[in-house]
Design a protein around this ligand. Structure first.
Ligand code: FAD
Length: 416
């Protein structure tokens, strides 16, 4: 018998429940990834190609193969199922609207389809609030339930993967790398190991230090499933594990509310302005507010942005400039290597006040945030070379400088 393992955002062999189950059940396994034009990889294309090449290497080392196809995921899966006489498709359950639609379409095909966990620590929908409802709307009670919920044991990587003969492997496209992080399980695991060993201990006090850059940068690896969130959550450092719980939280919200990328989770309380000029100044890192511009330029240069800077830049767009969160979320999603519907839109809605924040009118004061989390101005100077010669604290408020700073724009929001 033959089982297709349809990979998606779970590009690893370690702790992969669908792959482990397929290897346990079937003599032949067909590991498949479909490059689907409905899911454009954008700036993530290079990272994705590296993930696929690494996965192919791991499967080949086990006697197997990664089959790569181009086209509609469901059509290509069914085509390969017919060609290889497979009787089942195993895949990791995912939550975005697109993923849920794809899962429903697959389930309607004349083949057995089984969904497996693996994308989050606790599967979305498994924890339900005692007061009723199909998901948790507030983080703290979720965190309490999540922390004590039983977990499955991580799966071992299979030692052998037998694939059918006669199928072409299919090409992995060449795509340029964006930023410094290289994709793949091998790279992800190496980063995870080093980070847990050398940096985890300083995480709680260092995570908001913009210039120190002391977070794990595992997000792109989690986004593509190169590392297992379940394994990572076993590290035992509460503040870090809490961030993984935030990730699960947004996934269980998206599972229940797949419209999260388009519609306000809570009917929104503000009025957004159309302001293409302000939105593009923001996107280009030319707002004249140094901490905002530093974050936006880090995103442009690296495909990644520090969490504190994401909060400040997002809040600036929606609260100071009054621009619709969807405009910002779209830009982030396009550029972030870790760009993911649940985490991106969950966080954007949280910042915009349309999401799961229990405080309704939170707004970050970018100048106060800058002075607190980048006290020496090092982060700003790193990404905004126009301000390289300006000392702190003036670097955060160049409009107070007795001499104008050449080449740096005036402040976009109500200048003092
Ligand atoms: P660490 O601090 O090392 O945290 C470890 C892991 O925990 C992260 O890799 C991530 O998977 C998870 N995590 C941490 N913070 C959050 C959070 N607030 N919400 C959900 N998961 C979290 N994260 C994404 O993965 N993809 C996105 O598209 C994304 N968009 C965001 C948009 C906005 C406006 C904001 C404010 C945050 C967004 N985040 C997103 C969350 C967070 O900023 C990143 O996960 C984090 O900066 C990644 O860096 P790290 O891996 O070094 O994080």
């Amino acid at each position: 018998d033959t089982v297709i393992v349809l990979f998606n955002r779970d590009l690893r062999v370690a702790d992969h429940p669908a792959l482990a189950a397929a290897c346990a059940r079937a003599r032949l396994v067909v590991p498949l990834f479909v490059l689907d034009p409905a899911v454009p990889a954008g700036r993530r294309a290079g990272f994705l190609s590296e993930c696929l090449a690494d996965l192919r290497g791991s499967l080949r080392a086990r006697g197997g193969e990664l089959f790569v196809r181009h086209g509609d995921t469901v059509h290509e899966t069914m085509r390969l199922a017919r060609e290889s006489a497979a009787e089942a498709v195993f895949t990791s359950a995912d939550v975005s609207a697109l993923a849920q639609r794809r899962q429903r379409r697959l389930a309607a095909q004349p083949i057995e389809v089984r969904l497996f966990p693996g994308v989050t620590v606790i599967p979305p929908g498994e924890l339900l609030p005692s007061g009723g409802g199909d998901h948790y709307r507030v983080f703290t009670p979720y965190w309490r339930a999540w922390s004590v919920a039983p977990r499955r044991d991580p799966e071992r990587a299979p030692t052998r993967v037998e694939v059918p003969d006669g199928q072409p492997a299919g090409d992995i496209p060449d795509a340029p790398r964006w930023g410094a992080l290289a994709g793949g399980e091998t790279q992800g695991r190496a980063r995870m190991r080093t980070w847990l060993r050398d940096h985890l201990a300083g995480y709680a006090e260092g995570r908001d230090d913009l210039a120190g850059d002391r977070t794990s940068k595992l997000s792109p690896y989690l986004r593509f499933g190169c590392v297992s969130p379940l394994e990572l959550a076993g590290c035992g450092e509460e503040e870090f594990v809490r961030q993984l719980c935030w990730r699960d939280f947004h996934h269980q919200v998206t599972h229940a509310f797949p419209g999260i990328g388009r519609s306000d989770y809570r009917p929104h309380r503000g009025h957004w302005r159309e302001d293409a000029y302000a939105a593009s100044a923001w996107a280009e890192g030319m707002t004249g507010v140094p901490i905002v511009d530093a974050g936006m330029r880090q995103l442009l240069a690296e495909g990644w942005m520090h969490n504190r800077a994401r909060l400040i830049t997002a809040s600036y767009l929606v609260k100071q400039l009054g621009v619709d969160w969807r405009t910002g979320a779209r830009h982030f999603f396009e550029l972030l290597l870790d760009g993911d519907v649940a985490d991106n839109c969950g966080n954007w809605q949280w910042v915009a006040g349309t999401g799961n924040d229990t405080r309704r009118n939170r707004a970050f004061n970018p100048i106060r945030q800058a002075k607190r989390f980048d006290p020496d101005g090092e982060y700003v100077r790193r990404y905004v070379p126009e301000l390289a010669g300006v000392p702190a604290p003036l670097v955060h408020e160049p409009w107070l400088s007795p001499r104008p700073v050449r080449g740096y724009p005036p402040r976009l929001d109500s200048p003092p």
